[in-house]
Design a protein around this ligand. Sequence first.
Ligand code: TRP
Length: 449
Amino acid sequence: MERERWSSRVGFILAAAGSAIGLGNIWKFPYLVGENGGAAFILIYLISVALVGLPVVMAEILMGREAQRNPVGTFRILSRTGSPWVIVGYMGILAGFIILSYYNIIAGWSFGYFIEALRGAFSSISSPDDAARHFQLLSGNPLWTTLFHAIFMTFSMIIVYFGVKKGIEKAAKIMMPILFLLIIILVIRGVTLVGSKEGINYLVKVDFGKINGRTCLLALGQAFFSLSLGMGVLMTYGSYMSKDEDLPSSALNIVLLDTLVAILAGFMIFPALFAMRQEPNQGVALIFYILPVVFNTIPGGYLFRIIFFLLLSLAALTSTISLLEVITSFAVDELKASRKKAVIIIGIIVFLLGIPSGFSFNVLKDFKIFGMSFFNLFDFIAANILLPTGGILIAIFVGWYLGKRKAVEYVSQGAKNFPVILANIWIFLVKYVAPILILIVFLSCIGII
Ligand code: TRP
């Protein structure tokens, strides 16, 4: 059977940007900025995106486009027969199962909060403490968590079921413009509040005194996660791309959109936060404890809260479908399953796999493996071990195993305006800079340095 293709370049860019733009941008990026000194963190983040993010994005897309396969098939086709490189592909599939299973729990909460916002559940809650209690009531209820886990999984399954063009691309073309619109509405609301200036300053004033080793590690790690790198999402999406497309410029668009949304999320949250006299460095609690209450004090808050949780749910959904698609494409290419059957079976397996993560906020709260709850363990294995390892190996594969001549030839195919000098800079970043910097982050994540 012939491989499905994106119907347009824009379709591919929006789908890939949809994968990149997720909870990481809207939930994690603002709280990292808040905890690490504002603009100084953003600056280091931008440098990380340019030096490591963009080059590795290009490397991943290039591999998938060249091989026209899922991550396992891609490594098999591009390496010699019997070579151990396919293991990197399998690691990607494993990471897909793990990430989707716990990411979907938070995605389910977002949607659950959208429903709560619609019901007007927050209108009687006036302090972050009460909001925290409300959060504990909901996340502490295994039925609530599992129900929304199931609902959100079903959304992703329905979209991936319909395939690349009619499912993923169509969904991205509908959801991404809505997402951009919603975030712009919320940014305008935030920056027009009385007293928002301080929050804006917080985001744009660079304080070099705040930059240290830890800032750099966090920024690079976040850039990597935010761009969905290291497990073959972009490889899989790249495999539906034709070889006459301009790869570097598509990659640049994806990276710019992802970065833009992360920064806009900052401008959506901090001005409102400062205007309402809340502390910026609230960690994870920011989104589920502080914001619902902040909305109570701003004009039109009921509506803006609904918009916010809808935004969060849409951003999560375009990411969960990309994770599900990686595993599905593996089952379709390698195990010769039909897409429809594959989606249903994989969806059920991931749903079951995610249940313990959902339970780590309630019935399994005290159950620890290596001192971590299921949720934290899954996050640790995937985000701190599988993704950085995958990222280093992808960079090494393209930079050293394929080598400069082939890599540059593949990446420039279809890109008439890609100058040689940029190709040389790119391969230098892929060969040396990316593996070394990712290795440093990796060692620090597992506590070695
Ligand atoms: N990039 C997404 C975010 O920012 C998360 C994500 C989706 C992801 N797919 C991924 C992260 C694959 C790593 C690998 O929320």
